[in-house]
Design a protein around this ligand. Structure first.
Ligand code: PYC
Length: 319
């Protein structure tokens, strides 16, 4: 007799075009006395289920998974571990917006404040009456300005290294007109930059890998348009919540954005986030507002009889 398959329930949404898959039940219990410890248990013992949930044949390389957990502090609404085709994310802005809308769909939250424990700290969100969600992110900052790296095939590329809940390399000068037609070329360029940063030992603080690359250009409809390469070498369809936070931190440090001033960040597909920041104890705390829509509800069936039960790992399209 074959073993019973593992059944994992998920709810899918997209936030400004970028997909989130919230795991609502059926996932094995994680061990650990903190969210970071649970993440380590996930990474060490259950990584095959990360791949099963987000990779083909059940998912694809753009999906961000969000494992919904009980909070450690009961005054918070929930805890979450974000993951994708390549591994795990500290925070995820679009994913948090998708999570809040999923909690609303499940009847667990109503318009008003929602507080969520993430691996990099507790974030608060506000679910608005119109269905949009504002995420008040973790404090964000620029680590280094104007860092130059030689990129094979492209020459020297300069950018800022900044933290917005994940590590980003933010590039203003590049040869692209950011838009859907250039996605292939921009993917190749940003993947090459990511590779060059790693090869040259250029990192975030404490040697952290810079796993998101973000390029900017002017926009007719917003303050800026971006293209963001995510860790698994797919691109963010949304303007990227943590990437927009990193951008806001750089603008604030350059004196180009005032506290509470609005910054509209457009994505490569034309969707938008509205961002701003407040200063708390001298630190930039960005807020990002966007809208998510629920698109499906499913049970994933993971049977050991299936040769691709644990997903087809995604390769890197370019180095
Ligand atoms: O919205 O923060 C974000 C994000 C990170 C990776 C994909 N989206």
């Amino acid at each position: 007799m074959p073993n019973d398959p593992l059944i994992i329930s998920v709810i899918d949404s997209h936030t400004e075009g970028e997909p989130t898959r919230v795991v609502t039940s059926g996932f094995p219990l994680l061990e650990g006395e903190s969210l970071k410890a649970k993440l380590e248990d996930f990474r060490t013992n259950l990584d095959h289920l990360r791949s099963a949930v987000v990779n083909e044949p059940r998912g694809h390389s753009a999906i961000v998974g969000a494992l919904l957990l009980e909070p450690f502090d009961p005054s918070n609404d929930c805890a979450v571990i974000f993951f994708n085709n390549a591994g795990y994310l500290g925070m995820c802005g679009h994913g948090t917006i998708g999570l809040v809308r999923t909690l609303e769909y499940l009847g667990e939250v109503r318009p008003g404040p929602v507080s969520i424990e993430t691996v990099v700290g507790t974030v608060t969100a506000e679910l608005h009456e119109d269905g949009s969600v504002t995420v008040r992110n973790v404090p964000s900052h620029r680590f280094k300005k104007d860092v130059s790296v030689n990129v094979v095939g492209y020459g020297d590329v300069a950018g800022d290294i900044a933290w917005g809940g994940n590590w980003f390399f933010l590039i203003d000068k590049h040869p692209f007109e950011i838009g859907p037609a250039a996605i292939g070329e921009m993917t190749g360029f940003t993947a090459a930059v990511k590779h060059a940063l790693a090869a040259n030992g250029i990192t975030g603080e404490n040697g952290a890998e810079i796993d998101h690359i973000e390029i900017f250009s002017p926009s007719e409809n917003a303050d800026s348009r971006n293209f963001v390469l995510c860790p698994g070498n797919d691109y963010d369809r949304s303007p990227c919540g943590t990437g927009t936070s990193a951008k806001v931190a750089c603008l604030a440090e350059d004196g180009k954005l005032e506290e509470d001033e609005k910054w509209v960040q457009e994505s490569v597909i034309g969707s938008r986030f509205e961002a701003s920041f407040e200063l708390v104890d001298g630190k930039v705390v960005p807020s990002v507002r966007g809208t998510a829509h629920i698109v499906s509800k499913a049970e994933l069936i993971i049977s050991t009889e299936d040769p691709f039960a644990f997903g087809i790992p995604q390769g890197s399209p370019a180095k």
